[in-house]
Design a protein around this ligand. Sequence first.
Ligand code: SF4
Length: 704
Amino acid sequence: MSINRRDFVKTTAVAAAATAVGMTIPKSLLASAPGIPEGGWRWDKSVCRFCGTGCGIMLATKDGKIVAVKGDPAAPVNRGLNCIKGYFNAKIMYGADRLKQPLMRLDANGNFSKNGKFKPVSWKVAYDEMEKQMRRSLDELGPTGIAVFGSGQYTVQEGYAMAKLMKAGFRSNNLDPNARHCMASAVVGFIQTFGIDEPAGCYDDIELTDTVVTWGANMAEMHPILWSRVTDRKLSDPDRVKIINLSTYTNRCSDLADIEIIFKPHTDLAIWNYIAREIVYNNPESMDQDFIDKYMQFATGFVDTGYGMRKPDHKGFTDLERQTVKKEVSKKISKEEAVTLGYLGYKEGDTLEMKHRASANGHWAITFEEFKKGLEPYTLNFVAGLAKGDPEEDLASFRVKLKLLASLYMEQNRKVVSFWTMGMNQHTRGVWVNEQAYMVHFLLGKQAKPGNGAFSLTGQPSACGTAREVGTFSHRLPADMVVANPKHREVSEKLWKLPEGTLNPKVGTHIMKIFRDLEDEKIKFAWVNVCNPFMGTANANHWLKTARKMDNFIVVSDSYPGVSAKVADLVLPVAMIYEKWGAYGNAERRTQHWKQQVVPVGSAMPDLWQYIEISKRFKLKDVWGAKNIPGLEGGLPDVLDKARDMGYDPEDTLYDVLFANEDAKSYAWPDPIGEGFSNTEAAGDGREIIGTNDEEWKGYGFFI
Ligand code: SF4
């Protein structure tokens, strides 16, 4: 089929408009939007950076600039569509306030000063000060005195390099991504349920299911491409396919939904329990007994776990903050809680002391009968009264909707997919509500089968591929391994060719604790990578104030001056997504690579380059001696003798050992795969950037 430019433009506009309103268009129309050759344009495949859906895009470059973006018709995720954010992938790179050179707070004499004003500095001056400040923190506080705010927007390569630098190099596990904010409860739900931390669903279930239930997920606006697939499925069989939107307010998913259920915040947990009660008490024939007998283990845990906040006696709290934080220590049992916790003997007005704050993950096996007893209070009447969120809605009609919801889940031969995002994950009892979602799907045998499953969607482009899979959490190592497991450390040390005992077994500082430790001066050097934590975190004003007040040095690597840059002492300009090579892993565990399309603007350099450059400043003798780690008996051993036995020299830099080793160099540049494309890290890029050693940057000579 041929297509002229006018038709192509029309097709693209229709696709964009349809997607922006959460609609889909026929596949035949999409298939007719091929890349048409434009004068001197080079089209290449890439990936969108704006959410965890992982849409494939096509980029056109001309004269060293990206000039056009369109959805990739061959991409299995989005099949040629992009949402409105996707179409801005190129434009976002060329904003007037893009950071183009390192900026540092300087006094009138040109020296670093915490209270100085930002002034442009060379890469060498920036790295000299950064090295000095890192050494100061390491000398005073040891490996736990430094920290990195990591990200679900790291490329896979960036996250891996930073994990290796921090864990194998500096022997610090104080690396944690902003992904913990959105996914901590999802992660613990995965680990408790499956024993491994990965989303369990795949997008193809959308075309195979009969029922889509959204739980606190405004997919029409936040995951619009997936919603266009849901819309396509619904319109292809409107009588059979049912859409139910559970939300605390009416959103655009309701436009397509057969049923909208508006509930009070946090009562979704009670709704899941109601569905489970309907199954086990009133419709036991709907259970997949064979699956339950073979694979399910019923378990319970503590209810007095606190909420992960600090104790209210911390001197940094305002009176108002202290009111909130008091709940961390104890709370009064409400009338409704007295109903649901009655099986533990609690009555209305009792004080629930949070005795298991330090063992919130504690759990133990129970019988099916005990499990059933716990569900007993979640009757239709009780849950409807508790959960009804729209004061205008009649209670009887709300009850009917809940009943319908439960019957759709239970209906024999009806396939059901449950999607959720932050509505369930950023919840005071997020782990529990995640676990209950899997529990309901398991009871019914509607999990991990085509068209069936409970699926926690991710928000960031590589929360799965990077944050999870390459070990950027304070408790993790790459490949789903964890620092606390001796076998996992042994495997990682072998793979990374480290002396035995190098890796730190003590779980590091999670992202919230990095803020807290900055306030308490237990961390004095922090580096913000590919995220904006001082804007994105809860109670941000508190952390903005403390970060500026305390004795610390904060580096922010960013492409634009965001809120986090305001608290920085040093701002490093980074290359944006298509100005570097990279890969992302999306919410259905699909890893997608792209090539560098253009050279970075100004003197901006890739994040990866920034991490590798600091590794040149530290020698093995600086970091692999004996180190004190608070809470780790005996601290970290001196591994320099073992390193010598392995052929290393104490004068070797971390760059030599971790990044410029023979394995890495075997991925040499130039490589046929990169023919016609730049590689700033491997070969420089013709901008004559003066690097961190005051010499022109010519490249590492190999892929990092
Ligand atoms: S749905 Fe997400 S990945 Fe797809 S184009 Fe929109 S922002 Fe990009």
